[in-house]
Design a protein around this ligand. Structure first.
Ligand code: FEO
Ligand code: CA
Ligand code: CA
Length: 693
């Protein structure tokens, strides 16, 4: 398939294609509601706009960082090259290995479209059995008990962990670990009535979200599920251990758990990560929407309304009405229950009986995911984004060192690493003159959006839940449970919805997907700044951080300012924009073994289905962007995994559209014909076993 002619994009409507029903059930309709971050944090570029570069360089610690920024840019060749001027005089450089495939054109097919020459197959779909005795999927015979043994709904994150051959007795077996983010009952239950959900539907929903572990076998036809001994479903009521400074505090005690240490379940599990010690991390993201209260409920003491507002928790009926089936979801009866969600969950998939752990030392926010970088001395650095408009980027530096090896003793030690260390939030700055950041996305005179940054300390956690707040006027326990408010006080930089983080295994640089922000620059909201340079940002950007991983300083620049390549407000790393695939609303990130960045999208604003893209990072092709696949109508591309011989994606919410339902479907994928649209994991490969070479 040829590269995309730019004139295919002239009809785009300039809006994310995310449907309102997706917003309602995925994120509690966050985009239709007020911005949750009402703090007045100043962006550093605004503070120093009247200060000369020389005086900035003399301003203590900033000096080194500012110089560092310049050298990093020079080394990376990001360029003095304006986005609008293609490098026409230079001969086209060769696309890096890993990206040598024919780009998939934007389209609106109701299938997964893959690059020419590649094959694909569904690995597993919503409702497929993962535990012995679970029934086959039958859309007309759903029960909570059946769903507890079946693959969940709306798969999001996925990780593949090789099973050592001595454990499985065979080679080419893996554990596929997944998140199931949210339910849309209109696309699950025929004849669903949103005003009168049934107890049985509630039971199915509780069981359809959470996490999953499924053994899979690599075969010539992709990945095949196996009824293996590690197979497991984690649901919205699986018991979990809360660790870190929040555990045992009054904020998290409930009638059902007076100790405040054992939480029932996990939900809103968006992205995640796999750890070097073979466990899975899962981000609890839009947890607020699972809680509600009857209209007119009195405010329950002793809950602080400002704290609830900051997380979008409201005393009103929820969309799913779970509060009508179980009092723990009723804010008037269980006001502390939401304080037990919003954490990073660690699951040990090698012990199906293990209790997952909620690590409160990593803070409570709307975690997109959590990804780890290990320094040479074994310090573990966890990066995590808070996916809401104007929310923040965080990192955690462990105080203990990782033990190498994947034996049970090393894993047990390493599963304590995320309980002891220091949590930070990012503050970004830049010496780009303020008048060059006008909200249009136009490149500043230096040729790129770039600057420096500092990680501001929030919370130091120690053994046994001991902790020290590093923010004046905030206790350690408050910093762990109401982390957003601590970060507001610290003066973090408001970002355009920080989603996934990923470290480049070749260079150690950190990449962040900033997906979009329809309120950037709106009256009363934060103005555009160098890292978030566009008003009403519909298509998002990719931030590149050169981090002093175990330290507190960094430099940054924008790798991509996404959107229509023909538009003046986009930037593709300085690469010739007439030769790229258009990308919009970056969400999840992955790396291939060659060091290329792979990006999946959520809500493409360019009138195409969402897709998976590869982006070159180093050398003359930096910024080259190629679409490898697209997902079916109404779907979002999630959880990419890129290995040398296989790519997998999670196809989330196929067919989700305001005007449709399971009774009036937009999508029939994957079955086609009269089939039911089912979220599924898809594998893509090539006959010769080499991806992109
Ligand atoms: Fe669930 Fe941040 O997307
Ligand atoms: Ca996501
Ligand atoms: Ca997203």
């Amino acid at each position: 398939m040829a590269l995309v002619p730019l004139n295919l994009l002239v009809t785009h409507n300039g809006k994310s294609t995310r449907q309102h029903i997706t917003c309602v059930y995925k994120c509690g309709d966050a985009c239709s509601k007020p911005v949750r971050n009402t703090s007045d944090n100043e962006y550093f570029g605004d503070v120093v706009k009247a200060v000369s570069r020389r005086s900035m360089l003399q301003a203590g610690g900033v000096a080194v960082l500012a110089v560092g920024a310049g050298s990093v840019l020079a080394a990376c060749g990001t360029g003095e090259q304006p986005a609008a001027s293609p490098s026409s005089s230079a001969p086209p450089a060769q696309t890096p290995p890993g990206m040598r495939f024919s780009s998939v054109a934007p389209n609106s097919e109701d299938v997964v479209v893959v690059a020419d020459g590649y094959e694909q197959g569904v690995v597993i779909s919503w409702g497929d059995p993962v535990l012995p005795n679970a029934p086959k999927f039958d859309v007309n015979a759903q029960t909570g008990a059946a769903q507890r043994g079946q693959f969940g709904f709306n798969n999001d994150f996925a990780g593949l962990l090789p099973i050592p051959s001595d454990l499985a007795g065979q080679q080419n077996h893996f554990l596929l670990v997944t998140n199931f983010e949210y339910v849309t009952p209109q696309f699950m239950f025929p004849g669903f009535n949103a005003d009168a959900p049934t107890r049985e539907q509630f039971d199915v929903e509780i069981a359809a979200i959470g996490m999953g572990v499924v053994e899979v076998e690599r075969t010539p036809a992709g990945l095949k599920p196996v009824m293996g001994r590690y197979n497991r479903r984690v649901t919205a009521d699986t018991p979990m251990t809360l660790t870190g400074p929040a555990a045992g505090t009054d904020f998290v005690k409930t009638a059902a758990d007076p100790t405040g240490r054992t939480v029932a379940g996990t939900f809103a599990n968006c992205s995640g990560g796999v750890t070097p010690w073979g466990t899975m991390l899962s981000g609890e993201e839009n947890f607020h929407e699972y809680f509600g209260a009857a209209e007119g409920s009195p405010p329950p003491a002793p809950v602080d309304a400002d704290r609830q507002d900051r997380y979008g928790i409201a005393l009103e009926p929820s969309s799913l009405l779970w509060e009508t089936f179980d009092p723990r979801f009723d804010l008037a009866k269980s006001p502390n229950e939401p304080n037990r969600f919003g954490y990073v969950v660690e699951l040990n998939p090698w012990d199906p009986n293990s209790m997952p752990i909620k690590h409160s030392a990593l803070g409570r926010l709307k975690h997109e995911g959590a990804n780890i970088y290990v320094t040479d001395d074994g310090t573990v650095v966890v990066y995590t984004g808070d996916d809401e408009r104007f929310d923040y980027m965080y990192k955690f530096i462990s105080s203990k060192k990782m033990q190498p090896g994947d034996d049970a003793a090393a894993r047990a030690h390493n599963m304590t690493l995320l309980d002891e260390g220091t949590l930070y939030v990012a503050k970004l700055s830049s010496d780009i003159p303020a008048d060059q950041i006008d909200g249009s996305g136009k490149l500043p005179s230096k040729g790129s959006f770039a600057g420096t940054g500092t990680w501001l300390p929030l919370l130091k956690s120690g053994a046994g839940g001991q902790a020290e707040s590093l923010v004046d006027g905030v206790t350690a326990q408050e910093a762990a449970v109401f982390t957003r408010l601590a970060a507001d006080k610290a003066g973090a930089t408001k970002m355009d919805r920080p989603e996934d983080f990923e470290a480049n295994p070749k260079t150690g640089k950190i990449y962040v997907a900033l997906t979009n922000n329809n309120e950037r620059g709106a009256p009363g909201e934060a103005a555009p700044d160098a890292p978030n340079p566009r008003n009403d940002n519909k298509s998002g950007q990719i931030l590149e951080i050169t981090d002093n991983h175990a330290g507190t300083d960094f430099t940054w620049d924008l790798l991509l300012v996404c959107g229509d390549p023909a538009a003046a407000d986009t930037y593709y790393g300085g690469f010739d924009k007439t030769k790229v695939s258009p990308i919009s609303c970056p969400d999840n990130l992955a790396f291939d073994s060659h060091g290329n960045l792979w990006i999946s999208t959520d809500g493409n604003a360019l009138d195409s289905n969402d897709g998976l893209f590869a982006v070159a990072l180093e050398g003359p092709n930096r910024g080259e962007t190629k679409q490898f696949l697209t997902v079916p109508l109404g779907a979002e591309t999630c959880g990419p995994i890129v290995t040398d011989d296989l790519v997998t994606v999670c196809v989330q919410h196929p067919g989700e559209n305001d005007d449709n339902s399971i009774d009036n479907p937009l999508s029939r994928w994957p079955e086609g014909g009269n089939g039911t649209a089912r979220p599924s994991v898809v594998a893509v490969w090539r006959g010769d076993g080499n991806i992109g070479t």
